[in-house]
Ligand binder design. Structure first.
Ligand code: SF4
Length: 374
């Protein structure tokens, strides 16, 4: 399959690995920002093929995982109302809120529907004018444009029974927060290629310069990851800290201008809490005043939400790269994909789910002998 098979070529992977091994002279800690990259790394055993000196730290770029518990609980409250059809992508249904999830709400009679596009939710709203239809709009710069487009369309078409429960987050402020943390060990970033395909790379040079960290825009297939690591390590070894685009087949420096214009029209930047991490200034989007009537939080005035996280869950440390999933005592025992304590065990981009799915169950250091990269 074009753009898949050719980026999983074992001979090319071996060549890249040889180059990385030949370049590295001392320990380096790289953070891959996106949960999709984490899954690719663990699935293909890329971390086990790299030199021992190169550590990959898993970053907070899993949209489901960082959606604050308070917002999940608001979703559960709204979805429980008899007048509401609550629409969401499927991966949010099993994310644990305080004591229940959206599956439970559906089991208790709530009208919770899985859709494959926010525009599907808008269609449902047009088909059900006597019901309130809410779409759960979460995620990074990748999912924000279609959600913005849907609200734009709802306003243009005069669909008044549609609203968006918004919890969008932005990558650059998260990188800033990670670098400002006193416990930060990250020396370079593999930036999320799909985010940059929307936003471009304009926001990164200032971050790279101020924190003196290389930021390499990286894709998701094994060769993409290895090329991102190769370029990052080369910069680190040379003492450089620039922004480099290792994913040019998808990322243009200016990003997607139409998507950015839509974001600018529909959303405005706001402070946002990240689950397990806390408040990061300027790290989110909310609907701008022009579209505020489509904000589900305003429409349903969901207040007095009291949240409670399971004490055993250390997903905040996992999301900040301070803990590997299998180092959590609940991993694989109290917490499994069937009995998740935290969102990182549920999401298809969650680090705990990746470690469980690909059987990284042992807390001893990962073996470094290569088996196969694909
Ligand atoms: S393994 Fe489960 S309990 Fe532990 S950090 Fe991950 S989600 Fe939380």
């Amino acid at each position: 399959m074009k753009y898949i098979d050719e980026f999983q070529n074992p001979d090319l992977a071996r060549r890249l690995l040889d180059e990385i091994h030949a370049t590295v002279t001392r320990p380096w800690a790289l953070m891959e920002v996106c949960g999709g990259q984490t899954h690719s790394i663990i699935r293909h055993g890329i971390d086990q093929l790299l030199p021992e000196q190169v550590e990959l730290i898993h970053g907070p770029g899993c949209p489901v995982c960082v959606t604050p518990l308070e917002v999940i609980d608001k979703a559960l409250e709204i979805a429980s109302r008899p007048e509401v059809i609550f629409c969401s992508f499927g991966d949010m249904l099993r994310v644990p809120g305080t004591g229940r999830d959206l599956f439970r709400v559906r089991g208790e009679g709530g009208d919770v529907r899985v859709v494959y596009s926010p525009l599907d939710a808008l269609t449902i709203a047009r088909q059900n004018p006597d019901r309130q239809v809410v779409f759960f709009g979460i995620g990074f710069e990748t999912t924000a444009p279609p959600n913005a487009m849907t609200v734009y369309q709802a306003r243009r078409l005069g669909v008044r029974n549609f609203s968006l429960l918004v919890s969008h987050v932005r990558v650059p402020p998260a990188i800033e927060a990670i670098m400002q943390s006193p416990s930060c060990r990250v020396q370079a970033f593999l930036a999320a290629g799909h985010v940059c395909s929307v936003m471009g790379v304009d926001e990164y040079p200032e971050l790279a310069e101020r924190h003196r960290v290389p930021i390499v825009v990286t894709g998701f297939e094994p060769l993409d990851i290895l090329e991102g690591v190769r370029r990052t390590v080369a910069q680190l070894e040379r003492g450089e800290h620039t922004v480099d685009n290792a994913y040019p087949r998808a990322v243009r420096p200016e990003g997607n201008q139409a998507a950015k214009a839509m974001l600018e029209d529909v959303f405005e930047v706001t402070d946002r809490s990240w689950r397990g991490i806390g408040m990061i200034p300027g790290s989110g989007w909310r609907l701008s005043p022009k579209y505020r009537e489509y904000d589900a939080e305003h429409r349903f005035s969901v207040e007095d939400i009291r949240t409670s996280e399971p004490a055993e869950c250390r997903s905040g440390e996992v999301l900040q790269g301070l803990l590997k999933p299998h180092e959590c005592e609940a991993f694989g025992t109290l917490c499994t994909p069937r009995t998740p304590l935290g969102a990182t065990m549920v999401s298809s981009e969650g680090a705990c789910a990746a470690y469980y799915l690909y059987r990284r169950l042992d807390i001893s250091p990962a073996p470094r002998e290569a088996t196969s990269v694909v």
